[in-house]
Design a protein around this ligand. Structure first.
Ligand code: HEC
Ligand code: HEC
Ligand code: HEC
Ligand code: HEC
Ligand code: HEC
Ligand code: HEC
Ligand code: HEC
Length: 318
């Protein structure tokens, strides 16, 4: 009799547990259907189904310049971008087709500037922005420095290590244009600014620093000396590299107490040739020669000593 009661009790508990599990699973399933499974990645917001048409590769139009422009929006790029939580219509208004868009580099920057007003304002005052205002599309604008594909729909956050604006990548980003000799020659910029930077202490140390550790990327890159959204022509007195006093203040951001003496020893991007910097050029030559002769002397001393030692160790003839 006692055994029967125990068995019945166990069965009842098992049955109750089974029902409980089944009900919770049912509820979870229903929730999934409303919210989507919780493991799904965050997708670009497209609440008006714009991608129904703009997800097609072959959709194109003509820009005001007459050039053919693709109207294809790469969803994967947008999904991975800084703007994945921003809906199409936040950037394009709810009636994107009503206003003809010039689809130029300037109209692009203006659209970014509707939200990022501070960066836009600085950009328009910079050497790049000033040229852009005059219709020159050779210069850098937002997408050139913020999108690996140079596309408004794949802007990468600054602190992601694949971002063109990530500190270790900045020299390559500027180098895309400033290491392009024919392009630079058109503007009379003959100095090899990218090469000389990569040769410098800062450039080498930056290249050798571990990518993932932002605190170790503390060496100077292009934007530390020239500014970011407010880059100026170095002959403009407001440029942080114009004149030895501005330059000293720029070095002092990281070399406390550097002063004008320290700054005036800096060659900029110029190479120490006999014409440019004769003192530095001949000093460099002198020290190179000195180092070479000291090494040569050391090596020959070792050779002579080894020879002597070998000579003394040879079996002596009686
Ligand atoms: C029914 C298909 C369709 C849908 C849906 C659609 N578009 Fe378009 N869109 C087009 C076509 C076609 C053009 C090219 C028009 C032209 O060449 O004048 C275009 C052009 C554009 C342009 C370029 C500017 C211009 O006017 O030339 C933008 C920006 C744009 N669409 C954004 C959007 C956004 C944002 C949405 C969602 C709110 C959207 N579109 C929904 C078909 C569509
Ligand atoms: C963060 C802002 C932003 C978001 C979000 C955004 N766009 Fe754009 N889009 C831009 C900018 C900026 C341009 C360049 C406009 C210009 O040149 O005048 C552009 C251009 C376009 C163009 C013209 C072709 C081109 O690539 O230059 C189309 C079409 C377009 N967007 C569709 C969309 C659709 C569809 C979505 C949503 C899936 C979307 N956009 C989301 C900022 C955005
Ligand atoms: C509708 C407003 C809007 C427009 C237009 C817009 N953005 Fe943004 N942007 C945002 C918001 C909001 C964020 C912050 C997203 C976050 O932190 O999740 C952001 C983030 C960014 C970031 C990352 C900042 C960081 O701290 O790393 C960059 C870079 C950026 N935007 C550049 C652009 C560029 C370039 C354009 C034009 C192609 C543009 N944005 C257009 C709203 C906008
Ligand atoms: C010449 C390259 C360049 C151009 C052009 C440029 N940016 Fe940047 N931007 C950078 C760099 C590099 C950073 C990283 C932070 C820094 O060094 O200040 C940055 C940072 C940002 C940030 C993050 C917040 C901040 O200020 O640090 C936003 C947002 C942004 N840019 C938006 C824009 C917009 C919008 C435009 C166009 C109007 C633009 N940028 C044009 C290089 C550029
Ligand atoms: C898309 C191409 C492009 C990119 C990217 C670019 N620039 Fe430029 N930049 C130019 C062009 C073209 C000029 C010449 C404009 C002129 O002199 O009228 C210029 C001018 C300059 C000047 C003024 C030089 C002078 O003597 O007038 C400086 C300084 C400069 N850029 C620095 C930078 C830095 C730093 C970066 C990276 C953060 C950068 N640029 C990214 C195209 C670019
Ligand atoms: C340590 C500071 C420093 C760094 C880092 C630096 N520059 Fe410069 N840059 C200068 C100074 C100083 C000048 C003016 C003297 C000269 O032209 O050499 C200058 C001049 C320039 C000019 C104008 C050259 C001309 O002939 O008109 C350009 C363009 C330029 N830099 C781009 C860059 C780029 C791109 C980078 C990164 C790859 C970079 N700079 C890194 C300090 C720096
Ligand atoms: C963004 C910060 C930053 C700026 C701005 C900067 N530097 Fe540096 N610099 C560094 C760091 C970090 C080192 C490496 C120090 C070390 O590892 O000992 C360094 C090293 C150097 C070195 C070689 C090693 C040494 O300590 O003597 C020289 C020379 C130098 N910088 C000159 C300059 C000059 C000149 C300027 C201004 C035109 C300047 N730097 C601007 C960060 C900067």
């Amino acid at each position: 009799m006692r055994a029967w009661i125990v068995a019945l009790g166990i069965t009842a508990v098992l049955l109750a547990a089974f029902v409980l599990v089944a009900v919770t699973r049912q509820k979870a399933h229903a929730l999934d259907q409303v919210n989507g499974p919780t493991t799904q990645p965050a997708y670009a917001l497209d609440q008006n189904d714009c991608l129904h048409c703009h997800g097609a590769l072959e959709l194109t139009t003509r820009a005001s310049s007459g050039a053919e422009v693709s109207l294809y929006v790469n969803k994967e790029g947008l999904d991975a971008s800084a703007h994945r939580y921003v809906d199409c219509v936040s950037c394009h208004t709810t009636k994107p087709h009503d206003v003809p868009t010039p689809l130029s580099k300037l109209s692009l920057a203006a659209r970014c500037g509707t939200c990022h007003q501070y960066e836009y304002k600085l950009h328009l005052q910079s050497v790049h922005g000033q040229q852009l205002l005059q219709g020159n599309e050779d210069v850098a604008t937002c997408v050139d420095c913020h999108s690996p594909q140079v596309n408004p729909h794949s802007i990468v956050r600054v602190l992601e290590s694949n971002a063109p604006a990530y500190k270790q990548n900045i020299s390559q980003t500027c180098g895309r244009c400033h290491n392009n000799e024919p392009l630079m020659a058109r503007y009379g910029i003959l100095e090899k600014v990218y090469e000389s930077y990569m040769r410098s202490f800062h450039g080498k140390a930056m290249k050798l620093s571990p990518t993932a550790n932002i605190t170790q990327l503390n060496k100077a890159t292009c934007t530390n000396c020239h500014g970011t959204h407010d880059i100026k022509d170095p002959t403009d007195p407001t440029s942080p590299v114009a004149g030895v006093e501005n330059l000293a203040r720029t070095c002092e951001q990281c070399h406390p107490g550097a002063g004008v003496q320290f700054a005036s020893s800096f060659l900029g991007h110029k190479e120490a040739t006999p014409e440019n910097f004769p003192m530095v050029h001949y000093a460099e030559r002198f020290f190179a020669l000195l180092t070479a002769s000291v090494v040569a002397l050391g090596v020959s001393l070792v050779l002579v000593e080894t020879g002597k030692w070998a000579f003394n160790r040879r079996p002596k003839e009686e």
